[in-house]
Every structure is written in structure tokens, then in C-alpha cells.
Ligand binder design. Structure first.
Ligand code: UDP
Ligand code: MN
Length: 277
């Protein structure tokens, strides 16, 4: 395994891993809830945290959940690339009109997801730290690279794009290096960071069912698509469930479910949860 920029602790116990990323303590809160929810599904795959800047006790807490911690450096992208993708520049050039990005969200950090291609696993399923897994999704390890669900939360037009909050990958140093070459070209701007990049890098991406990455705004905008028994991954895009935010009241049922998963439980049966109104 090539170790440049990546520093795993301990050994892999499986050839498969669920992987997430946390570059600051806020996303570590999310990662803990995600890993707790994954444990409840009975998966035997490794649970892996890629992290950059976390206090030791945050890493320690995650390790007590049986998580393998992998310290990574942010990608060594060029000065120009970093300037183009600062929070202020990105929000100015490609404003977010549908929802609010939290203050602790640093667009440039998203690209560190690509480090998972350097991991010592045959198969990886990446999941954003702001998601929880409600039913076993081990079958996703049998899906080929690169599979992701569509970015559906408003209308049919959303099916044109993927959402990079859940995807399948086959780690390979060669792929990682090819990606870095493609990523950091003079003047290239990835308006939705890793998501736009991955969609471009894998133009023939395979579609996962929307239920493997159900976005919280579906609850608000497309209630007909919502059926709790079908939802396997619930993804809190935009505002986070551990934040105080303007949409919290209308998303209360989802936020309470996230809080149950973030704690020692119990978690409610999906069949007992109310439908959107
Ligand atoms: N992330 C991170 N630090 C950041 C920004 C993002 O660790 O400053 C990671 C984290 O795993 C997060 C993912 O990258 O879940 C993508 O960001 P986010 O989920 O906030 O984007 P959204 O789903 O709202 O588009
Ligand atoms: Mn997300």
C-alpha cells in the first residue's frame, strides 16, 4: 500500500469497508452517529474514518465504537486550485440557492474523500458523515465502481446528476493518481467539489436506487417518494441534524431519528414512523 498522505492505524479486519470523512469536530459528531447506525445493521465490514484535524479524544471516542482511524492529509492540490475552491470564492461563483451550507463546511476539504482510493481494501462504500444507515446495505459491496444514487430532492431534473454522499469504489493507487491529474488542471473549477468531479470522472456512473441515499429535502419537496420501509440511507444534505437551523421544525421527525441513532438508543421501528404531511 502506498502511504503518502495517508496513515492508517491498526490492521484491516475485512476486505470491505464503509468509509467516511471528518475534517473537523462537527463532522466527527456526524461520523459517530453514522457508525453507530451501521453497527445496528449487523454489518461485518470494517468501519473506517478518514480524518485530518480532530482532537485525540474525538478520535478515541470513535475508536471505542470499533472504528479504524486513518489519518490523512488534505490533497496536495496547487495554490491556484485551493484559491478557486475557498468557501467564499465557491459560494460567490456558484451560490447555493436551495439550502444553507453550515459554517463548518469547508468545500476544499471534500476532495479528501478521494484518499479512500489509497486504502488497503478491495471494496469500499463511502458514506457522508451527515448520513445514517437505517437497514443493512452490505449488498452495495457487490455493485461495481462507480455507483451512486441520483441527486433527487426537488424535481425530475435532479435525475441528471449524482449525489456523492453514498458511492461504491475499488481502491487503487493507479486510479487515485489518475484522478489527481484530472482534478487539478489550470483554471478548472469544480462547482460542487468532489460531486462534480466524480460525475465527470465517471461519466457512465451506475445508478443506485434513490433509497440508498435518500436526501432529507425529499421529505419537504417530494413526499410521495417517501416510504420509511424503503429507505436504507438517510442523508442530511445542507443543514445538519446537530445544528440549530431554520428548517429544523419541519424536519423534526428525521432529526429525532438521527438523535436516536447518535445515542445509545433505542431506535424506533421504521414502520412506526409517521409519513410526511
Ligand atoms: N466534510 C468534512 N469537512 C468539511 C466538509 C465536508 O469532513 O469541512 C466531509 C463530511 O464527510 C461531509 C462530506 O464531506 O459529510 C460532504 O459535505 P456535506 O455532507 O456537508 O455536503 P452536503 O451533503 O450538504 O452536500
Ligand atoms: Mn452530505
Amino acid at each position: 500500500m502506498v502511504t503518502s498522505g495517508i496513515h492508517p492505524q491498526g490492521k484491516a479486519r475485512s476486505d470491505r469497508a464503509f468509509v467516511t470523512l471528518a475534517t473537523n469536530p462537527d463532522y466527527a459528531i456526524g461520523a459517530a452517529a453514522l457508525f453507530r447506525s451501521l453497527r445496528r445493521t449487523g454489518t461485518t465490514a470494517d468501519l473506517v474514518l478518514l480524518y485530518t484535524d480532530l482532537p485525540d479524544d474525538a478520535v478515541y471516542d470513535l475508536c471505542t465504537l470499533g472504528v479504524r482511524a486513518v489519518h490523512v492529509d488534505l490533497l496536495s492540490t496547487s495554490h491556484d486550485f485551493n484559491q478557486l475552491h475557498t468557501r467564499d470564492r465557491l459560494h460567490g461563483a456558484a451560490p447555493f440557492t436551495k439550502g444553507e451550507k453550515p459554517p463548518f463546511h469547508t468545500p476544499l476539504d471534500n476532495f479528501a474523500k478521494l484518499r479512500l482510493w489509497q486504502l488497503d481494501y478491495d471494496r469500499v462504500v463511502f458514506i457522508d458523515a451527515d448520513a445514517i444507515v437505517l437497514q443493512n446495505i452490505d449488498r452495495l459491496f457487490d455493485y461495481r465502481e462507480f455507483s451512486a444514487a441520483p441527486n433527487v430532492y426537488e424535481s425530475l431534473a435532479d435525475f441528471h446528476r449524482l449525489n456523492s454522499g453514498v458511492f461504491t469504489a475499488r481502491p487503487s493507487q493507479a486510479t487515485f493518481e489518475a484522478m489527481l491529474k484530472r482534478l487539478d488542471q489550470p483554471g478548472v473549477f469544480w462547482r460542487r467539489t468532489d460531486q462534480t468531479f466524480l460525475e465527470t470522472y465517471f461519466p457512465n456512473w451506475h445508478g443506485l436506487p434513490v433509497f440508498d441515499n435518500m436526501l432529507q429535502y425529499v421529505w419537504l419537496n417530494l413526499p410521495d417518494l417517501w416510504r420509511w420501509q424503503d429507505i436504507r440511507v438517510l442523508h442530511f444534505q445542507y443543514e445538519k441534524p446537530w445544528q440549530d437551523h431554520a428548517k429544523a421544525d419541519s424536519l423534526r421527525v428525521l432529526i429525532d431519528l438521527w438523535k436516536a441513532h447518535a445515542s445509545d438508543g433505542p431506535v424506533p421501528d421504521l414502520r412506526d414512523l409517521p409519513a410526511p404531511t
